[in-house]
Write a protein that binds this ligand. Structure first.
Ligand SMILES: NC(=O)c1ccc[n+]([C@@H]2O[C@H](COP(=O)([O-])OP(=O)(O)OC[C@H]3O[C@@H](n4cnc5c(N)ncnc54)[C@H](OP(=O)(O)O)[C@@H]3O)[C@@H](O)[C@H]2O)c1
Length: 134
């Protein structure tokens, strides 16, 4: 859903109790595509505040949906998906999911540092369609 709808959609939910939540959101939305005001945070840090108690992992956000839903095996290799987060066990689980789906996952580090690399807009990695060969 649109970034601006997230606070209302998530309001009032109970504590997530350590559940893993994958943040595939991007803080920009049609029709104007103006970046949301994040006050210096990454969008995932802002998102994490909306899901208290969750272990948030940023993933599945940097490519258009048609590529994410397409065959992850491409050009003789595995399409690359990035992920970032602060909880190593949650990241391992998401990394495993990415691999089970047939992609090649790359850990970008923390929600703050890695999340910034993959943030739309502003990060250097969005829409980079990489394939891991071999
Ligand atoms: N589209 C892409 O290529 C792409 C790729 C990577 C990341 N993203 C990011 O993913 C996010 C969603 O994008 P999208 O393209 O998937 O949007 P979308 O096609 O508009 O889908 C929105 C989804 O959110 C649901 N939804 C809307 N309002 C809701 C509410 N109040 N409570 C619960 N569910 C609600 C909708 O459910 P209903 O169908 O029932 O209305 C729909 O399943 C955005 O942040 C976008 O930047 C998109």
């Amino acid at each position: 859903m649109n970034w601006s709808k997230l606070p209302a959609a998530l309001a009032g939910l109970p504590d997530f109790g350590g559940r893993i939540v994958i943040d595939a959101n991007n803080p920009i939305e049609a029709p104007r595509f103006e970046p949301a005001e994040l006050h210096g945070r990454t969008s995932s840090e802002a998102f994490a505040e909306l899901v208290p108690g969750a272990r948030v992992v940023k993933a599945f956000n940097h490519l258009p949906a048609r590529l994410i839903s397409d065959d992850p095996q491409a050009k003789g290799g595995h399409r690359v998906l990035f992920f970032a987060g602060d909880d190593v066990h949650a990241k391992a689980a998401v990394s495993g999911l990415i691999e089970r789906l047939g992609f090649f996952g790359i850990d970008l580090g923390s929600l703050e540092g890695g999340g910034r690399l993959v943030q739309i807009p502003g990060g250097p990695l969005p829409v980079l369609n990489l394939v891991k060969l071999g």
